[in-house]
Design a protein around this ligand. Structure first.
Ligand code: ATP
Length: 335
């Protein structure tokens, strides 16, 4: 994801947040420490507990800390999740949301051979708060597509494909109905594609894509799309590979990046030590790749795959009875 030279040490902003966020973060840091990379962790508060304690769900110091770090690992926030994450994304101008959709063995995945990345534009489209208003007889939302933001995300997707050995990028839109906004998106997609002659291209309507994700999910490698469509397709992708405990995500900007599991604080199981830490660990794998620590990323990914393949030490959500700590210890064994 990032071509910059590997550094000798990294400052990582660690924001465990609420509920199981704290539990999965603790063991993920243990696993990262077993990789022998020089990480300096700085800890920040955010989320529901932080709001109760400090009167704000996202203190300025936490934002500054994230801004100052090489990357941020985020656990989970409860009721305040939207405020916290949306604010961090906005403040840090994190324009790309990455959601890998990958099938692992012994999970609830509906298919065996899925491995693609959804690259979602994160700053415009239908999700601009100020562009949604009540009117005299209802409400209206404006959909914003700018050349600059769409070119930036499409270029990111092609570059991601190039750096990660992917051979095709699929643009997803609804240009037959949204002729101007998505017409422009599609036009920019093919313009940017000219700079990546080795990467194949295709484009589909979003409704067709929703179906293809079920009928031929193994055909996708990298999907790039606008904000709302990306939001919906990402969750469809999560459903394909089964289970919130397994799905990581990344938010990337020019000046910072944040890696977090897709699941929330899971109050129903918080404090019991039984949460599945794999989504958090796979978020750490994404962070390692962002930092160009690819060898360490491969090692951690392979160790997780080994634990899932053996299926001897699994947490309750995957049909096992292991604790969060036991699963993490098993991953460490294979590093
Ligand atoms: P929040 O309000 O923080 O979003 P939530 O419970 O509404 O919390 P999630 O935290 O995403 O939403 O959890 C949804 C369901 O999935 C819960 O039953 C939870 O226990 C389960 N779940 C989520 N993450 C994990 C995990 N890492 N391990 C095991 N179960 C999980």
């Amino acid at each position: 994801m990032n071509t910059s030279k590997t550094k000798d040490s990294y400052k990582i902003a660690v924001v465990p947040g609420d509920g199981i966020g704290k539990e999965v973060m603790k063991v993920t840091l243990e696993v990262l420490d077993a990789l022998d990379i020089d990480f300096e962790y700085v800890y920040g508060d955010a989320g529901d507990e932080c709001l109760e304690k400090n009167g704000t769900a996202l203190p300025g110091e936490t934002l500054d800390m994230i801004r100052d770090a090489d990357a941020c690992l985020f656990g989970a926030a409860g009721e305040t999740a939207a405020d916290v994450i949306v604010k961090i994304r906005q403040e840090m101008k994190m324009f790309a949301n990455l959601r890998p959709v990958k099938s692992y063995p012994n999970t609830n995945s509906l298919f065996e051979n899925i491995d693609f990345m959804i690259v979602r534009e994160n700053t415009e489209g239908m999700y601009i708060a100020d562009e949604e208003k009540y009117t005299d007889n209802g409400a209206v939302a404006r959909r914003i597509i700018t050349k600059e933001a769409e070119k930036r995300i499409i270029d990111y997707a092609f570059n991601y494909a190039k750096e990660n050995g992917k051979s095709k990028v699929t643009a997803v839109h609804k240009a037959n109905v949204l002729k101007k906004t998505d017409g422009l998106f599609k036009e920019i997609f093919y313009e940017v594609a000219e700079s990546y002659p080795d990467i194949a291209t295709e484009d589909f309507y979003v409704d067709a894509t929703a179906m293809y994700l079920i009928t031929q999910p193994e055909s996708f490698e990298v999907i790039v799309t606008t904000n709302l469509f990306g939001d919906i397709l990402s969750d469809e992708g999560a459903g394909l590979v089964g289970g919130l405990g397994l799905i990581p995500s990344a938010n990337i900007g020019r000046d910072g990046a944040l890696f977090e599991p897709v699941h929330g604080s899971a109050p129903d199981i918080a404090g019991k030590g039984i949460a599945n830490p794999i989504a958090m660990m796979l978020s750490a794998v994404m962070m390692l790749r962002y930092l160009s620590e690819n060898e360490a990323a491969d090692r951690l990914d392979a160790a997780i795959l080994k634990v899932l393949s053996d299926a001897e030490v699994l947490t309750g959500d995957l049909g096992g009875s292991a604790t969060t700590q036991e699963l993490a210890d098993e991953v460490k064994k294979y590093l």
